[in-house]
Design a protein around this ligand. Structure first.
Ligand code: SAH
Ligand code: SF4
Length: 364
């Protein structure tokens, strides 16, 4: 196993120490970072504006790449699921989603859904990633390299990032936030803050902290229920941060950042699809400027769920349309989301390394 540290994980002060120890001028730190994050070099040899001896020192002591692309699978809708191996034997997934113009001729947006953990510790009843359990947090290099590797592989420049892959980003707070700082740093020309969304199951104290961080981004809240009883049942995190505590943190986030909130709401048959839910959701939506995404429940039967999770069923299309139009009639902005990559288990909540674990043999 490679024991050299990844240079992308160095903090400012570690960078400073490295530069000082090699008697290099201070501006070298930013020169190296520009090479890593703007030019996206894959080898220290490519940083041609560094003295040769210093480049050799860097290659002897650090690595540049954090991930190894194991395999990828393309869905009929154009999305591509990538399976990456980590140096310690864990694996993660990222999903590329192209968005076409109305005539389906040109790609207008290229979004990558990235992971922040191997597995997840939150264990929502409906989520395949949760069924894996928590393996470990990803470091900054592992979070950012998902983007760099996919851009390299597809020879493209991604336009949008969603932190909605495996894991709960606000429970890997420091590395998620540090990654966002790099991704939105104007010097590296990677992404504007408007093009990044972080999705959370609702870690209320961290939402407040994130609001006060240097570069907050769009926040998606996995709401999925409008009363504590139901939310406790499908999202155990609600027992730590219930709807009142969560809503207080969301109001705080909006007050500080002025960024509208996106609520994600998976519509389950007979669980959260009643008239009372519509009333409560309308109230929630009016508390701060927001939009509600109604999401179809993606099948996770390939993880062989037991007990209550095994009973969860998607609401049908008719129900979804009814639910959405009732909300719209209350002037609540709603979109009904289509899923991406359903045929390759790359859709929301299906990132469970099905290829690697050979849970399922469904081939596109
Ligand atoms: N941990 C974060 C981000 C990753 S999950 C969070 O929970 O928000 C990304 C999104 O996929 C969340 O909105 C989550 O609720 C949703 N999701 C999980 N399992 C799903 C499933 N089986 N079908 C549809 N959406 C699902
Ligand atoms: Fe974790 Fe999000 Fe899945 Fe819940 S929905 S288990 S928080 S990845």
């Amino acid at each position: 196993m490679n024991k050299k540290p990844n240079i992308k994980n160095l903090t400012d002060s570690q960078f400073f120490e490295l530069i000082q120890s090699q008697k290099q001028p201070g501006y070298r730190a930013e020169q190296i970072r520009i090479a890593l994050f703007k030019q996206k070099i894959s080898d220290f040899d490519q940083i041609s504006n560094l003295p040769k001896g210093f480049r050799e020192f860097l290659s002897d002591n650090y690595v540049v790449n954090a991930l190894k692309l194991n395999k990828h699978r393309q869905s009929q809708d154009g999305s591509i699921k990538f399976l990456f191996d980590l140096p310690d034997g864990n694996s993660i997934e990222s999903v590329y989603m192209p968005w076409y113009d109305n005539d389906e001729e040109a790609i207008v947006r290229e979004t990558l859904c990235i992971s922040t953990m191997a597995g997840c510790s939150v264990n929502c009843a409906f989520c395949a990633t949760g069924k894996l359990g928590f393996k470990r947090n990803l470091d900054v290099a592992e979070i950012i390299d998902q983007i760099i590797e996919v851009e390299r592989f597809l020879n493209t420049k991604l336009t949008n990032i969603v932190m909605m892959g495996m894991g709960e980003p606000l429970l890997n707070y420091n590395n998620s936030i540090k990654s966002l700082e790099i991704l939105t740093d104007p010097n590296y020309e990677m992404f504007s803050r408007k093009r990044i969304t972080l999705s959370t199951s609702g870690i209320a104290p961290r939402i407040k902290q994130f609001a006060r961080s240097p570069r907050p981004v769009k926040l998606a809240i996995s709401l999925h229920a409008t009363d504590n009883g139901t939310r406790d049942l499908i999202m155990p995190i609600n027992k730590s941060f219930n709807l009142e505590i969560l809503m207080d943190s969301i109001e705080d986030y909006y007050r500080i950042t002025k960024i509208p909130i996106m609520y994600e709401y998976i519509l389950f048959d007979g669980i959260n699809d009643t008239n009372d839910d519509i009333k409560r959701l309308t109230k929630i939506a009016r508390r701060v400027p927001s939009r509600i995404n109604i999401i179809p429940f993606n099948d996770i039967s390939f993880t062989n769920p037991q007990g209550f999770p095994a009973t969860l069923r998607p609401a049908n299309r008719e129900k979804m349309n009814w639910f959405a139009s009732e909300l719209r009639s209350q002037s609540v902005p709603v979109i009904v989301r289509d899923t991406f990559g359903g045929d390759i288990e790359g859709a929301c909540g299906q990132l469970a390394l099905s290829d690697k674990l050979k849970i399922l043999q469904k081939i596109v």
